[in-house]
Design a protein around this ligand. Sequence first.
Ligand SMILES: [Zn+2]
Length: 488
Amino acid sequence: MTRNRHRDSPILWQLAIKLLFISLLFGGIPGLAPVEAALASDQGCRITDIRFWQSPEEAQIVIDLSAPPQVTPLGTLTDGTVFFDIEKCVFRPGRQRYPLNNPFIQTLNVQARSDGSVRVYFRTGPGVTQRTFVLPRNEAKPDRVVIFLTEPAQNQLARRQQEQLEINRLKAGNVKIVVLDAGHGGEDPGTRGGGIIEKDYVLAMARLIKNVFDRDPRYRAILTRNGDYIIPLERRRQMAEQLGADVFVSIHVNYNRARHIQGIEVYYESPKGAVGEADRLVAELENQQDLVGGVGQTAAPPVAAKQDIVKKQAEIMYRSGQLAGRVEARLAQAVPGLGSRGVRRAGFKVLHSLAMPSILVELGYVSNPVDASFLRNPSAQLRLAQAVYQGVVDFLESQVQPGLDASYVEYVSQVEAARRAQEERARQARLRRQAMLARSQPYTVQKGDTIPKIVNRFKVGKSQFLELNQFSPNRKLKVGEVVRIPGK
Ligand SMILES: [Zn+2]
């Protein structure tokens, strides 16, 4: 069924290349030589790992630490090498050299010093800008020092221009552009199970799907990432929009603690996610209005702008639903035994685009042994790739009539109605309180007064008293404070 050996086992190739890369890069990493016993955090920290990630535009060196570090300001040597010290820090003895030698960074040396600090030296490539910062630990990651490197601005500009020329050429030739987004990457491995690490697996699958598309001259598939690095979710969508993509397909695999759950799923934007995005876009518009100096300077007032956004969303969501249906239909048939859990909706950030139909494909559950064995199987991989291709072709080649996502339109009108009802209740409450205030009298709190005593003495309702004074039920009164007593 497959055409050559290379395509038979893309995942294995990917793994082999990656392992080679890591061992070339860092010698001992992962699997650092054991360091001295861990120190308590108030005594300092130790370096537990050093990692390097690179995308075409950026690179990162991430230094993992056992405790929050104290980092000195950057210094510069005469040859342009930059350095900083991590104080009270433990690392392997001697100077560790990492000959990275790529456009971002030429050398990285890490040296344990006799004063108990660790000095980190690095020399960036020509025109590369660097930012070095400390990140606190979170549920997934330890304390870190990150050296963040950005390529020279003119390189980025040149690449964008090159890209744009290519896109213009493709569009002129009526070639349709399919953006394939391998989920996760770099510091974010995604899920894992059944011998599969999501970020590596979905990259290999995205490449496989791209190969299938690129054999068809009507299409050009472009990957959001073509290596092991992280891209922010919003940026993935923006990349597709800048490329003028006809469709956007994000590739993932799934995990569930309930191991019996299995099957593929195809997602598109949910009404709830879209409403949140519409609010965000309107807020953004209003902020822009503030920036240009006040009301009346943008084309559309917020209400009309919101209606426009909702209409555009409903149109795109309709098309996304059509795309999701066609891809799901193909995937459900692709591998007998790898069932489908159908088309679903969720408010995933990568699916918010107003520019192109967008779907997110979960190719199966790595937590399920049956799914995992299919996912590892090269001929099943190829069938899945061909099914994604077929589903997208079914969508792009059939003349899908324009339509509106009915459930979204319905949901928006419900949300708007609830909002109006809420506003009306608030307005009524304000009016009621104004009327009560007009009929009320002031009273100065005396020593020994409590709310129950006051409402008893004046023979007024407690809830009325609380509402008039905007007090919570357990509010304590202060002597000398002036409260309002409801009129009869
Ligand atoms: Zn994922």
